[in-house]
Design a protein around this ligand. Structure first.
Ligand SMILES: Nc1ncnc2c1ncn2[C@@H]1O[C@H](COP(=O)(O)OP(=O)(O)OP(=O)(O)O)[C@@H](O)[C@H]1O
Ligand SMILES: [Mg+2]
Length: 326
């Protein structure tokens, strides 16, 4: 059976030559829902990955497939099915609201567009249920204008909206970066509950390792457009294998939810495309790290790192990233 969504050796280079993502292969199966965190510092390619998965931009190399079909060629009913099954929750929810419409609008529109209900009453029932499932009280939300709600309420409405469509995958790009710590926990635990109760896969994109560790089962660490390390979250955080991940984890106390990743100096990229992206900062860099890029080596069934220090382990087969994610 085809994967719900699959990236095959996907890369993205923006005009001007900026390499934003390199050679990512990942498949998500409908019958194996996952909660995956994608972490990495600013500019590492997280949002690019999200936009590729959502079909908002086209890859420069490789393909993104939805149920076996290239996203770029989807049309009509298939494209609608994709738009319904793969939902996005973005960082700044204020931007998606029209200040002149009551917030109801962002909920009634998908109900109408995707014909989710036969009657108004039925539609209203669906909307109320979706709001309750993210911990909001419909009577406190419906009928209000966006500016009359808190940022956290607006963000949770976006999660409720994503849910209305009964998606199979939610791509949440920094969904809690605008809210305070207690709301952050509420939103993340509502995503967690959705994953467990409705078997929805969640791709939680964040620069915040602490919340990734709290909420996800597995993790992908991006560094300068490439996957540096991936695996079960517990293993990666407790026993990181890539010098970059080691550096980060060593510098971030996991008890704190307030700290975020140390900002990298502007990504220089790899001159000429050769060598490991991390070589110029790596305390263990060897000569050939400057001339050849390491592939992902599978150190354990649920753990892989793109580092020549791990080259005694077998290289991960192309597209097998998903297998180390649990
Ligand atoms: N439309 C674009 N045109 C040119 N370059 C882009 C474009 N979008 C992103 N980039 C570049 O690609 C790289 C990756 O960007 P991306 O937005 O994926 O990073 P990110 O990991 O989401 O960062 P942040 O944590 O700041 O959101 C960055 O260097 C960025 O400047
Ligand atoms: Mg981003």
């Amino acid at each position: 059976m085809s994967a719900l969504i699959e990236l095959r050796t996907v890369g993205k280079t923006f005009s001007g030559g900026k390499v934003a993502l390199e050679d990512v292969s990942l498949a998500l199966q409908e019958d194996q829902p996952r909660f995956i965190a994608v972490v990495g510092e600013s500019g590492s390619g997280k949002t690019t990955l999200a936009r590729l998965l959502l079909g908002m931009i086209e890859p420069t190399t490789g393909t993104v497939r939805y149920r076996g079909e290239d996203l770029a060629g989807l049309s009509g009913a298939r494209r609608n099915a994709f738009r319904r099954e793969v939902q996005a929750v973005f960082q700044d929810p204020y931007e998606v609201y029209n200040p002149f419409y009551r917030v109801d609008h962002v909920l009634t529109t998908p109900v109408r567009k995707f014909r989710l209900a036969a009657t108004r009453t039925e539609g209203r029932g669906l909307i109320e249920a979706a709001l309750r499932s993210v911990g909001l009280r419909p009577e406190e939300i419906l009928g209000r204008y966006p500016h009359q709600l808190s940022g956290g309420q607006r963000q949770r409405i976006m999660v409720a909206r994503a849910l209305l469509l009964r998606p199979r995958l939610i791509v949440a790009d920094e969904p809690v970066s605008m809210v305070d710590a207690s709301l952050r926990a509420t939103i993340l635990s509502s995503l967690r509950r959705l994953h467990e109760e409705m078997r929805i896969s969640i791709l939680y994109i964040t620069h915040d390792l602490a919340t990734a560790y709290q909420v996800a089962d597995s993790i992908i660490v991006l560094y300068r457009a490439a996957v540096a390390e991936a695996g079960h979250v517990e293993r990666v955080v407790k026993a990181p294998l890539h010098p970059y991940t080691q550096l980060l984890i060593g510098s971030i106390p996991l008890v704190s939810t307030e700290r975020s990743w140390v900002e990298d100096k502007p990504a220089a990229g790899r001159p000429g495309g050769a060598g490991c992206h991390f070589a110029d900062r790596c305390p263990s860099a060897m000569d050939h790290c400057l001339s050849a890029a390491p592939s992902l080596f599978q150190v354990a069934p649920d753990h892989a790192a793109a580092c020549f220090l791990r080259a005694d382990a077998p290289a991960l087969a192309e597209g097998a990233l998903s297998s180390v994610l649990g």
